[in-house]
Design a protein around this ligand. Sequence first.
Ligand code: CO
Length: 219
Amino acid sequence: MRDTKFRTRLFLCFLAVIVMTLVLPGLYVRKNIKEGTPVGLKAKSYIDRGELVPDEVTCELVAARINEKDCENGFLLDGFPRNMEQARKLHEALDKAGMHLDYVVEILLPRQVAKNRIMGRRLCAVNNNHPNNIFIDAIKPEGDKCRVCGGALSARADDQNEEAINKRHDIYYNDVDGTLAAAHYFKKLAGQEPRMTYIELNGEGSIDSIRETLLSRLN
Ligand code: CO
């Protein structure tokens, strides 16, 4: 990996084991609200009115977060940017700070497969960490029992809320101004910017095989 002072990476929805700071904007917004920082109070004023925190405020928070000491050796953004506007603002903010992204990773997964993975998830009554999913062959339950311990299985209510899943996927799979548009914005940039690499991965395999493929493509 390049060893620049401001080594930065952006990964869109993927799993990897890399030593760097994981930046979760949602969590950071809540932390700032709790601590009553100026930008936290700004965000709170929107939430209190029942409005969404504007992209501008979220981006201000993200920019502040990645300038903290623990991001010196790199960071991984999870759940951000979610739309085109946030992608543009992130790019602007990084530019202004003399930073850039080394990698942008897009994991390709058909919408129906993504939905099945959520709706097929089952929770084991004995241990929450026992993976069971009726739509994933590798972790399919034994009948209606946990495949690891034989415990009783149940589905989480919000995993079965098809309307809510569709709403989130409408944003993610929107390639006009949603999350896919944000990904493609960086894909285009990577074509013009030699320091940035855009990696596309097939998300239909197992977590292990996706991780292996990804690691083999990072230099
Ligand atoms: Co179990």
